[in-house]
Design a binder for this molecule. Structure first.
Ligand code: UD1
Ligand code: CA
Length: 456
């Protein structure tokens, strides 16, 4: 960290054709957050004074994501994808207005940490240009960092342009580059496109800068951090690495994962202590789990979705699953039990409430200690509107009850099994809507005899 103000420019205009997707590459998710979202988060925790994002024409989804996650960021459109140097030049007004350091990040490199950005920034106190490099297991496709043996970078050679000797170099360009702003525009304007791809390479800033007397250096980081995503296989690899990182974090935080490799977290999942998670559990975005919680196998906590921005809160000592589906806006209070084949959406279950089997609770409040029998359904949707169900504390809802919302069940009320409740029920009352029980002694035996005779 230095006192020099930092401008971070994120290049995200590439279409990412190898993804074969209608979605721009940087909007593909890793652990429930877009690639761009991960990069913006790293830029924010690196304390950038300003953030600029370069997007492609017509990428309104990318613009919306950038505006949502980095309010106040300057957004620029690169009209034609003519290379990374050209992309950075799309942010010319931001570069011209800035005095201090500039760090360039790629929108397709989501595992990058703030510490690496800070290392690049720190190196700028002694050098004009800095490139973040890594030792690649397989360097194919990456730009190679060429050095003079005295710690100075002489050039970055793109794989396609590299000689056999240059290709043997293992130190690769992560894509993160830092510049002092003073002569950056002059350097960028000096970059040409005489190379294998006919593009304006940002990496050529090293050679162009050198010719102007500027000095470039490299700082190193771990390969796992710098993986770029150009296709879906790389997307899957990055997801796997992110999950490994997150599982280790959750275990260190005091949760037991019986089979860690089968549990999938979101980037922001928060798990308390003494949480016991059985195999095959999936967490979507925006989920918080308290202490002492048990989450049984095959439970899906969906978290947020496009309509509901609040995720799910699982309170202390909750017992959840197996096979529960917890959708957005769910708030489970202390000691709540939600069991197999129970779906909860936009509903609060207060302390000690139980819904153990085969139930749908949507747009509802379930009061403390209430018991929801198997097969209970809140009928919250009439095909046009959603309505709410309110169940008072200590109420007992008999099995196979349909609660037709809007409806209110008073505290301590009992609903007879199999009822269809369309009107409010007073506290401590009994409500049953079943047809009366009718019984005819011996009728079945007579019926069988009669039918037997007819058949002969
Ligand atoms: C780039 C680097 C390479 C490095 C590798 C690391 C250059 C010339 N090459 O190669 O040295 O090893 O990343 O992953 O910089 N972009 C634009 N506009 C463009 C072109 C690209 O915004 O006109 C953006 C893309 O959206 C992407 C990033 O820049 O986020 C990198 O572009 P990409 O085409 O993926 O570069 P690589 O070939 O991977
Ligand atoms: Ca790339």
């Amino acid at each position: 960290m230095t006192d020099t103000p930092l401008l971070i420019v994120i290049l995200a205009a590439g279409k990412g054709t190898r993804m074969r997707s209608a979605l721009p590459k940087v909007l593909h998710p890793v652990a429930g957050r877009s690639l761009l979202g991960h990069v913006i988060a790293a830029a924010q925790s690196a304390s950038a004074a300003r953030i600029a994002v370069v997007i492609g024409p017509g990428m309104e989804g990318v613009r919306t994501e950038a505006e949502k996650l980095a309010p106040g960021a300057a957004i620029f459109v690169q009209e034609n994808q003519r290379g990374t140097a050209d992309a950075l030049l799309a942010a010319r007004p931001a570069l011209a207005a800035h005095t201090g350091n500039v760090v360039v990040l790629f929108g397709d490199t989501p595992l990058l940490t703030a510490a690496t950005i800070a290392a690049a920034e720190a190196a700028l106190s002694a050098h004009d240009i800095v490139v973040v490099g890594f030792e690649a297991g397989d360097p194919t496709g990456y730009g190679r960092i060429l050095t003079d043996g005295q710690g100075r970078v002489t050039a970055i050679r793109e794989h396609k342009d590299a000689s056999a000797a240059e290709r043997a170099v293992r130190l690769c360009n992560s894509g993160v580059m830092g510049f002092r702003s003073a002569r950056l525009l002059e350097v960028l304007d000096g970059i040409g496109s005489a190379n294998a791809k006919g593009e304006f390479y940002l990496t050529d800033a090293v050679e162009v800068g050198r010719a102007k007397g500027l000095v470039a250096a490299a700082v190193s980081t771990d390969e796992r951090e710098t993986q770029g995503i150009n296709d879906r296989a790389q997307l899957a690899k990055v997801e796997a690495d992110f999950q490994a990182r997150k599982r280790a974090e959750v275990l260190a935080g005091g949760a037991t994962l019986v089979a860690p490799e089968t549990v999938y977290f979101s980037h922001d999942t928060r798990i308390g202590e003494d949480v016991f998670i059985e195999p095959f559990v999936v967490f979507g975005p925006g989920v918080t789990v308290g202490n002492g919680v048990t989450i049984r196998a095959f439970t899906h906590i969906v978290g947020t979705d496009r309509k509901i921005a609040t995720g799910a809160k699982i309170g202390d000592d909750v017992d959840l699953g197996p096979f529960s589906r917890i959708r957005p806006g769910t708030d489970l209070g202390k000691g709540v039990h939600v069991g197999n084949f129970v779906e909860v959406k936009n509903a609060t279950l207060e302390a000690g409430a139980k819904a153990n089997h085969l139930t749908y609770l949507g747009d509802a409040r379930v009061g403390a200690g209430a018991n929801i029998g198997a097969g209970t359904i809140t009928c919250n949707y009439d095909g046009f509107n959603k309505s709410t169900t309110d169940i008072g504390a200590g109420a007992f809802i008999g099995s196979n009850t349909a609660l037709v919302a809007p409806v209110k069940i008073g505290a301590g009320a009992i609903i007879g099994a199999g009822s269809v409740i369309t009107k409010d029920v007073a506290a401590n009352a009994l409500a049953v809507t079943r047809a009366p029980h009718e019984e005819r002694p011996g009728w079945a035996a007579k019926f069988r005899t009669m039918m037997g005779r007819r058949k002969k």
